[in-house]
Design a protein around this ligand. Structure first.
Ligand code: ADP
Ligand code: ADP
Length: 231
């Protein structure tokens, strides 16, 4: 699904250049749940941003379903993000004035679909994440775990092949976090790929592979035997 070859990214800060990624090569297959771990400053966020076409590499290639995405212009990057990627964040990023189902429908609205037309699929996805009875609730009326479930449903509404999650359990207690990880693991059974940046070492047991970053380089890639609490 995704293939990175010799990807580098550096930032210029004043006179200094920081090498955030220093020649990364890796493949991510369809249906794989991948964790990216590593110390602060090792390049995790930079890598996630490149995978989601939020930013472009300085050199190297990023191929997504056999198409180069590393050199897209801004409009094409935006188009790629809208249709190919679902994002899940640490702090959920829900709009407080909208109900759960309206939050789920937002990517459809941004893509020009009317709210009413998007509703059936939004309700279906809330059902899928176990919140069928919370569709009319606003974020303030939901627990952290429920808000993250809404965010996962929102990430799925465009049917993207790739879900990128940035510390999805970082703001949840460990039991609630585990249920979100199980939900992400379940999603990959439909063939979606999930790539997650995490500090939570308990999270890696839900994954197929763990990529350890260190100073912008891949220190190791470990294959994990998934512990499946679900079906
Ligand atoms: P991590 O997510 O593992 O903490 P990052 O990808 O955020 O690592 O950062 C990798 C390196 O790049 C760090 O040295 C960081 O300071 C630097 N960096 C990240 N983003 C920027 C930026 N926008 N401008 C300048 N330096 C940055
Ligand atoms: P544009 O405004 O360029 O059309 P969008 O803002 O619609 O792009 O972004 C498309 C997707 O990328 C959205 O799902 C959004 O959540 C995600 N996104 C945009 N900016 C960021 C960011 N800085 N960090 C993480 N995800 C982002």
């Amino acid at each position: 699904m995704l293939e990175l070859t010799d990807v580098t990214k550096q930032y210029r800060v004043g006179e200094q250049t920081v090498r955030a990624l220093d020649g990364i090569s890796l493949r991510i297959e369809a249906g794989e749940f991948t964790a990216i771990v590593g110390p602060s400053g090792s390049g995790k966020s930079t890598l996630l941003h490149l995978l989601g076409a939020l930013d472009s590499p300085d050199s190297g290639s990023i191929r997504f379903q056999d198409k180069e995405i590393g050199d897209l212009d801004d409009d094409r990057q935006s188009e790629f993000r809208r249709h190919r990627v679902g994002f899940v964040f640490q702090f959920f990023n829900l709009l407080p004035t909208l109900t759960a189902w309206e939050n789920v429908a937002i990517p459809k609205l941004l893509d020009g679909t009317g709210l009413r037309k998007a509703k059936p699929r939004a309700l279906e996805l809330l059902e899928l994440v176990g919140l069928g009875d919370r569709a009319e609730h606003r974020p303030a009326e939901l627990s952290g775990g429920q808000m993250q479930r809404v965010a996962v449903a929102r990430a799925l509404i465009m049917d993207p092949p790739l879900i990128l999650a940035d510390e999805p359990t970082g703001n949840l207690d460990s039991k609630t976090g585990a249920s979100i990880l199980q939900l992400l693991a379940d999603i990959t059974k439909e063939g979606n790929s999930v790539v997650m940046v995490t500090h939570d070492m308990g999270a890696v047991r839900y994954c197929d592979r763990v990529i350890n970053l260190r100073d912008g380089l891949i220190g190791s890639i470990d294959r994990v035997e998934r512990a499946d609490d679900g079906a």
